[in-house]
Write a protein that binds this ligand. Structure first.
Ligand SMILES: Nc1ncnc2c1ncn2[C@@H]1O[C@H](COP(=O)(O)OP(=O)(O)OP(=O)(O)O)[C@@H](O)[C@H]1O
Length: 246
């Protein structure tokens, strides 16, 4: 799903944001990226999304080598990613419905299916009654839930969320975390950059800690309890093993 080796990211001016990151994320994992401000979390998400190119190292996302991919291949990867941004990036002046529907429209979905899936996504985040409201008239937490609905409506293979619970009250933050966990239950791989300890404790999952652009701690994927306990129950861990490719 994701495979990074010796990943390095440098901003103009020479700021080294990531410095030798090795990371494997298997399909279906829920991973929290933690670390203090400036540790490199957002930069890693940007590389995964193909919004920035690594300065060195290798990065494969959804089977595509992001360091060598043609623009159309990067586009193909992006279409399979649902992104929740820190600042929502909703279209002001448009309704909650329109903001969610756009994600399906650009994927070529229209007509009755567009309407059904958009309304289902809004209902899933508890906003069915507010579908027609312009987004700037919604509360902060409601806007974030619109952004989550927009990210999930296409049933993406990979969900990337950058501080999705920032500035939300505990209850709304909990609801957002539950939605991301539900996306994982539905089969998505989910990466969440967050400072929110409560969110991490609520959802469980793997914790990868960044510091100064390096991974300094990684709890690894929790062993799937049922499979691990069954005799002959397959893998003890869904984490991809090291490959010695360094
Ligand atoms: N556009 C930019 N130009 C130059 N340097 C940048 C830029 N964006 C980020 N940086 C620097 O890169 C490093 C990593 O930043 P990044 O935003 O990835 O950290 P972060 O862990 O996401 O922080 P936060 O928790 O505050 O969002 C920091 O030193 C930051 O100052």
């Amino acid at each position: 799903m994701i495979r990074a080796r010796a990943l390095r990211a440098v901003y103009p001016g020479g700021v080294v944001a990531l410095d030798g990151v090795d990371l494997d994320v298997a399909p279906g994992e829920l991973v929290f990226l933690t670390g203090r401000s400036g540790a490199g979390k957002t930069t890693l998400l940007r590389l995964l999304l193909g919004a920035a190119v690594p300065a060195a190292g290798s990065l494969t996302v959804l089977g595509v080598d992001m360091t060598r991919a043609a623009p159309e291949d990067v586009q193909r990867v992006r279409r399979r990613i649902g992104m929740v941004f820190q600042e929502f990036r909703l279209f002001r002046g448009r309704s909650a419905y329109d903001n969610v529907a756009i994600a399906l429209r650009v994927a070529g979905v229209g007509g009755a299916e567009l309407r059904r899936r958009t309304l289902e996504a809004l209902a899933a985040v508890g906003l069915a009654d507010l579908a027609g409201r312009r987004v700037e008239t919604l509360s902060w937490g409601q806007q974030q839930r619109v952004a989550v609905a927009r990210a999930l409506v296409r049933r993406p293979a990979l969900v990337l969320a950058d501080e999705p619970t920032g500035n939300l009250d505990a209850e709304t933050a909990g609801a957002v975390v539950d939605l991301l966990a539900a996306a994982r239950q539905a089969g998505a791989t989910v990466l969440v950059a967050t400072h929110d300890r409560g969110a991490i404790e609520r959802a469980g999952g793997r914790i990868v800690q960044l510091e100064g652009g390096r991974i300094v701690a990684d709890t690894g994927a929790p062993a799937p309890a049922a499979a691990a306990l069954e005799p002959g129950g397959g893998t003890a861990s869904r984490r991809e093993g090291p490959d010695g490719a360094r």
